[in-house]
Design a protein around this ligand. Structure first.
Ligand code: GUN
Ligand code: ZN
Length: 414
């Protein structure tokens, strides 16, 4: 049992901010059990220890909806564009994750970095090696993070050391599901890397496995890069378009998470929306690899489910604050600058909902108590800008644009 005091900010049912200037959150058993004034809560919890964060924001922890932990070591590699970057940097580094000891060291470093940046939960790609997923699950479990991950499925167009087969991908994924799915805060995500690196047989095996375990998620990449899209057309001449490839394989469902999804046609948008699948926007990665400008506002107005993500190592920062800033900049480049609410929502509660996690990503009764404290006073410019703001929205916008890991002064996991 503990009490945490500060400037509480969460979301209401209309995705607008809620706020409590000197509010207190009461936490018990990893969940938020009460929210209110100190005087009121003290009566109910006379002995609970109180941590007072003063004027700092107390917010829901960030949810990173698409990130590759094995790429931590190759972040910021001069990449040119996606397909070359994968071949030159990503695949060689991913080969090292056959070694469980190396995988565990990198998994621990990954969670350290997320914690420092206020990211409490994530949907993460491991490598093709089952031991890489074991390492990430074990590390998350030891620290109390909420995570979904899966071993990558990839049976063509990759180095032989990274290739599985349709059958081994099925078998290895199934044993990981049995070992980890639903244990503590851990969930399994089927993880075919993307259509070019899976044969139609492997995509079919993935769908067959999903039929057996319908409550796991699926994460992959979609329409990130023009050359990739052309390649998919050649590889799957029988499908109408890129979404059609996944659709024909039976992989477009409510808990399908499609990273990037930049260059979509009308039909693809309609199919994704009707299925309730999630689009995962990775703005720092899309800028770094020159992939394109995601049309966030238009997709939002069309009712798509959208989550934000870092996509490290294509992405250039583990910070969801840096990611919100990049998402804002990209939206401005498309001529449809986003409001602050959808930015912050898609980095917290909205992302959790896209990933199918109930009671995650908000400061509200019954939610899992993943909280972060962001203190504007950690830098003079942000302190001044927040003090001058005329509204909560203005102050939070300045925080999203100006804050970084220096300002994340505390991360509480459940
Ligand atoms: N498409 C297939 N694999 C990857 C990857 O590792 N990173 C990114 N950004 N795109 C991909
Ligand atoms: Zn990715």
């Amino acid at each position: 049992m503990k009490l945490i005091q500060g400037h509480l900010v969460g979301f209401d049912d209309d995705r607008q901010f809620t706020s409590h200037r000197r509010g207190v959150v009461a936490i018990d058993g990893g969940r938020i059990v009460a929210l209110g004034e100190l005087a009121t809560l003290r009566a109910d919890y006379p002995d609970a220890p109180l941590t007072d964060h003063g004027d700092a924001w107390v917010l829901p922890g960030f949810v990173d909806a698409h990130v590759h932990y094995p790429q931590l070591g190759v972040i910021a590699s001069h990449g040119r564009e996606l397909l070359e970057w994968l071949t030159d940097y990503t695949f060689p580094e991913e080969m090292r994750f056959h070694d469980p000891a190396y995988a565990r060291v990198q998994a621990d470093a990954f969670w350290d970095e997320l914690t420092r940046n206020g990211t409490t939960s994530a949907a993460v790609f491991s490598t093709v090696h089952p031991v890489s997923a074991d390492a990430l699950f074990a590390s998350a479990q030891a620290r109390g993070h909420r995570v979904m991950t899966g071993k990558v499925m990839m049976d063509r167009h990759c180095p032989p050391a990274l290739a599985d087969t349709a059958q081994s991908a099925y078998d290895d994924s199934e044993s990981l599901i049995r070992r980890w799915h639903g244990v503590d805060r851990l969930d399994y995500a089927l993880t075919p890397r993307f259509a070019p690196t899976s044969t139609p047989e492997q995509l079919a095996a993935c769908a067959a496995l999903w039929d057996c375990y319908p409550d796991v998620a699926l994460q992959t990449h979609l329409s990130e890069n023009r050359a990739e899209i052309d390649w998919v057309k050649q590889l799957f001449p029988g499908s109408q378009d890129y979404v059609g490839v996944y659709e024909d394989a039976g992989l477009v469902r409510a808990r399908s998470l499609f990273g990037h999804a930049i260059h979509l046609n009308e039909r693809e948008r309609a199919v994704l929306k009707d299925a309730g699948a999630a689009l995962v926007h990775c703005p720092t990665s899309n800028l770094f690899l020159g992939s394109g400008l995601f049309e966030f506002q238009a997709l939002l107005e069309a009712g798509q489910s959208i989550a934000l993500a870092t996509d490290v190592g294509g992405g250039t920062s583990f910070s969801m604050l840096a990611t919100m800033k990049a998402a804002y900049q990209v939206s401005a480049m498309t001529g449809r600058a986003l409001d602050i609410e959808p930015l912050w929502y898609s980095a917290t509660l909205g992302a959790a909902r896209s990933l199918g996690w109930a009671n995650v990503g908000n400061l509200a009764l019954g939610f899992e108590a993943d909280l972060i404290v962001i203190d504007p006073a950690q830098s003079p410019v942000l302190a001044q800008r927040v003090a001058r703001a005329d509204s909560l929205r203005e102050a939070l916008f300045a925080t999203a644009i100006l804050a970084d890991d220096r300002h994340v002064v505390q991360t509480y996991l459940a």
